[in-house]
Design a protein around this ligand. Sequence first.
Ligand SMILES: NC(=O)c1ccc[n+]([C@@H]2O[C@H](COP(=O)([O-])OP(=O)(O)OC[C@H]3O[C@@H](n4cnc5c(N)ncnc54)[C@H](OP(=O)(O)O)[C@@H]3O)[C@@H](O)[C@H]2O)c1
Length: 246
Amino acid sequence: MNSSLILGGTKGLGRALAAKSLQRGFPTTVVGRSTADAAKEADLAAASLRQADLSDPTAFRDVLREGDRFTHVFLVAGNFLRRPLVETSYDTHLQMANLHLLAPIELLKAFHRSRLAAKPLAATPGQPYHLVVISSTSSYRIRENEEMYCALQAAKAHFTRNWAGRMTRDLPGSKVTLVLPGGMKTGLFDGTGQDTSGYMDPLTVADIIWDRVLQQQERFRTIVMERRGSEPDVSDHAPAPHDPLP
Ligand SMILES: NC(=O)c1ccc[n+]([C@@H]2O[C@H](COP(=O)([O-])OP(=O)(O)OC[C@H]3O[C@@H](n4cnc5c(N)ncnc54)[C@H](OP(=O)(O)O)[C@@H]3O)[C@@H](O)[C@H]2O)c1
C-alpha cells in the first residue's frame, strides 16, 4: 500500500503536496516545526503530524518511526535568504545548508539503510521507494543577493542526480523525481517585501507533481516548472546554468 512522508509539509508547497496526497488516498505523514498550527488546518485533518526541526541532522529518528510503510518520500523543507553576501553570517549559512542539504542527507542515509535491511518485497534486495526532491529554478538562474540560496538549490539538485544512481542500483524498482519550480504564492518570502500575488498557486504545482510522480516509469525524471505569469510552463529538462554576465 502506498504511503507518503512529506518533510516540510506544514506550510506552502509541502502542505499542498500533503493535501493532494490525502486526496489520492495515501496515508500521509507530515513533518515540520509548526505541527500545532497544521493540526488546525482542515486540509491536513487526516494527516499524521510529526514535529521536528529538519535543520538538525540528528533529529530524524522519530521522523522515521515506522518508516517501512513510506513508499513516497518528499524533501520539501527550505528557507529563503536575499541579502548582500557581505552582510550575512556563517551561522545563517550553516543553518540554511543544514536545512536544505546536510540534515536531509543524514535522514535519507538512515531511511535508505532501513530499506536495504527491510524484508524483500520481490526477488531483489530490500524495499524500493520513490524519492521526490523539491529544488528550484534558482538552481540554474542568476539572482542578485541570493548567492547562498541559489548555491544550495544547485547543490540539492545535483546531489539528487548523483544519488539517483546509487538508490536505484541498491534498491531496484526505486525512482527519483527532481522538481525545479519557479515562484509560488507561499510564505517563503515573508518579510522580504516580495509581491507574490502573480506567482504560481502551490496547489496547482502540487497536482502536476503528483500526476507526474504517479505516471513515472523511468528511474529518474526532472520536472521543471518555469513561471509564465501565474501559470506553470512544464518541461522535462533543466536548462544549463545561466551566464552570470550575459
Ligand atoms: N515559494 C517559491 O517560490 C519556491 C520556488 C522554488 C522552490 N521553492 C522551494 O520549495 C520548498 C518549500 O518552500 P515553500 O515555498 O513551500 O516555503 P514555506 O511556505 O515557507 O514552507 C516551508 C516548509 O518548510 C518547513 N521548514 C522550514 N524550516 C524548517 C525546519 N527548520 N524544520 C522543519 N521544517 C522546516 C516549514 O515548516 P515549519 O515552519 O512548520 O517548520 C514549511 O512546512 C523550499 O525548499 C523552497 O526553497 C520555493
